[in-house]
Design a protein around this ligand. Structure first.
Ligand SMILES: [Zn+2]
Length: 123
């Protein structure tokens, strides 16, 4: 999360902006980052900065696997653990149980930054 916020600051420092309305980030389902955890980190790290009153929007990227043995290309099978709130993705092929490449689901990056209109933006 701190890397994302640093990247956002880097990007914003290239522009002369009055404020930030919205920061959209993409988090893969495999990263084990919870949304509450992210929101908390965001609040703490942006306090007193240009990002402090930006709205944080979190988009999830579902897991997509590609099998090395057969032609399977699709979502991971999800195990629901009895008695636990979280789910566990199975990182093997649902068709042949073979090894897979993780194609998607590892993301942890900025999708977009919406800069506030008006204010004293100088061009
Ligand atoms: Zn397979």
């Amino acid at each position: 999360m701190s890397d994302i916020i640093k990247a956002a600051f880097d990007e914003l420092s290239k522009h002369d902006v009055a404020g930030v309305e919205e920061l959209v980030i993409v988090i893969g389902d495999l990263t084990n980052l919870g949304e509450e955890q992210m929101e908390f980190a965001f609040d703490v790290m942006t306090k007193g900065t240009i990002l402090s009153d930006a709205r944080l929007v979190i988009e999830r990227e579902p897991i997509r696997l590609r099998c090395k043995h057969c032609d399977f290309d699709g979502p991971a099978e999800i195990l629901k653990n009895e008695g636990y709130d979280h789910t566990i993705p199975v990182l093997s092929c649902p068709k042949c149980k073979g090894p897979v490449n993780v194609e998607e689901g590892m993301a942890c990056c900025i999708r977009s930054i919406k800069i506030r209109e008006g204010g004293n933006v100088q061009t």
